[in-house]
Design a binder for this molecule. Structure first.
Ligand code: GAP
Length: 456
């Protein structure tokens, strides 16, 4: 199994992900996405939008602002309740999330929903050790609000305090009426949004798994009360299929259905789609049936009705909501871990190959002149043509074998080589990343061939 260290090294050396602010010694737990990483992220977001929105008869796209009126976060419960249980080791003064200390001490214990007193008592009774210095003497737990606060405008006064959004969802809820009115959508319908969210996590870590700045892809699916379980199951299956179709192995996925006791107060069903990360199964994607909690809260706070008038039955009600919510970076990590392979070839040599689904591969095609001096003009012309339709990279340095290996390692699905026969035969050699098999294809048929291979 691929380790986290292997993936971190790989991501850094190939240009997928770099340490944030590296030039200045770094800023802990921030990451910059290089040319390949940003392409992979873009392809993941495109694939999500394609399936969840463009090809869905129900869903529309949305893009709300990161900065919102503070009342949004008061209504949603984030000002009062978006807290993590923070404790501090009295010996080394490192800070930890108490719930994480408990599950790391005993994975069979689930402290979700426990009071801070109960968590503290557990730390004391079980003599839970500080992961940093090994002592077992923690300060009492206090609730730590995870929202990043800032000020709008030039005057640093309380009235100007605002927050960076900790989730994209609320931007959709507060626009429910605008979207429904302008699209004239009838229930059920969903609203999809991709965008940055910020959380002042106490213990970020595991590379890009938990960070303070991340991108979410969230869908709020509005439906008639009473139909929510049908839609909850529909989107659960839809989410799972999306992951499997893009190359995640079924054995690396686990659906954790929350028990009634561990549900959040606003939810009547929640499932965590878990992926087998190197440290064990952990949350990749949350799917929650949120009842009418959010719309009701905004209706009460704003004084504006967020009811829906059912044109068939003439009933007025606040819709129920199903919310599949995922972090793009967690998907980047899951796809990289699933795709990374060190293959031993028949001659005993090793080949590093990134078996990303062609839709996700940063480059679909590499165009390679066999001999730089002889074939570069034809190859460049081919790059110009193909790059109008696909993500293509041009590579003319080093021998062809090394170039194939380089493209394999970054996941490029096809290598197109311009060679001695290209001019006379009007054809090129096309090599497949996974099978390494080569075929001779006519240039006039190349675009259709590539399209078919990468399942565009
Ligand atoms: N609107 C619901 C919501 O935000 P969440 O479970 O807090 O729910 C949803 O977050 C998803 O966002 C998670 O399943 C995870 O994929 C991603 N996510 C949450 N916090 C994250 C963090 N600190 N770093 C990276 N991804 C995060």
């Amino acid at each position: 199994m691929t380790t986290l260290d292997q993936i971190v090294q790989f991501a850094k050396s190939t240009g997928f992900i770099f340490q944030g602010s590296e030039l200045y010694g770094g800023l802990a737990n921030t990451w910059d996405y290089g040319p390949l990483g940003s392409a992979l992220k873009k392809n993941i977001k495109d694939a999500w939008i394609q399936k969840f929105q463009r090809q869905s008869p129900y869903n529309v796209l949305f893009d709300s602002s990161i900065l919102m009126n503070s009342q949004v976060w008061e209504a949603s419960g984030h000002v009062g309740g978006f807290n993590d249980p923070l404790t501090e080791c009295r010996s080394c003064h490192q800070r930890f999330r108490a719930d994480h200390l408990i599950t790391e001490h005993d994975a069979s214990v689930d402290p979700d929903g426990w009071s801070t007193d109960k968590m503290y008592q557990y730390l004391v009774d079980h003599e839970v050790k500080c992961p940093s210095c090994g002592s077992h003497d923690f300060l009492p737990i206090r609730a730590f609000n995870m929202m990043f606060q800032t000020h709008q405008g030039v005057v640093l006064e309380q009235a100007n305090e605002i927050y960076l959004r900790p989730e994209t969802a609320q931007g959709i809820f507060i626009n429910f009426k605008n979207i429904q009115r302008t699209t004239r959508k009838k229930l059920p319908f969903g609203v999809c949004q991709v965008g940055k969210s910020f959380r002042n996590e106490i213990t970020p870590g595991n590379f890009i798994f938990r960070t303070r700045e991340f991108e979410q892809m969230e869908m709020e699916f509005f439906c008639k009360p009473g139909t929510e379980m049908e839609w909850f199951n529909y989107w659960k299956q839809f989410t799972k299929d999306w992951l499997l179709n893009l190359g995640i192995k079924a054995s690396d996925l686990h659906l954790d259905d929350h028990s009634p006791e561990s549900l959040a107060h606003y939810s009547n069903a929640t499932t965590d789609v878990e992926f087998k990360f190197p440290w064990g199964f952990d949350e990749l994607w949350g799917i929650a049936s949120r009842t009418d909690f959010d719309l009701k809260a905004h209706q009460e706070k704003s004084g504006v009705s967020l009811e829906y008038l059912d044109p068939v039955t003439n009933e007025k009600y606040i819709p129920y909501v199903i919310e599949p919510s995922v972090g793009v970076e967690r998907l980047v990590l899951a796809f990289l871990l699933s795709a990374y392979d060190l293959e031993t070839l028949e001659d005993g040599s090793e080949r590093q190959v990134l078996r990303l689904h062609p839709k996700l591969a940063p480059y679909k095609v590499a165009v390679l002149p066999l001999v730089k001096k002889l074939h570069n003009e034809q190859a460049k012309a081919l790059f110009d043509t193909l790059s109008t339709s696909f993500d293509v990279v041009y590579d003319e340095t080093q021998n062809i074998g090394k170039r194939y290996r380089r493209q394999d390692a970054i996941g490029t699905y096809l290598c197109v080589t311009v060679d001695h026969d290209t001019e006379s035969l009007g054809s090129v050699t096309v090599r497949n990343r996974d099978t390494m098999a080569q075929e001779r294809i006519k240039i006039s048929e190349l675009e259709a061939y590539i399209r078919n291979q990468i399942k565009y």
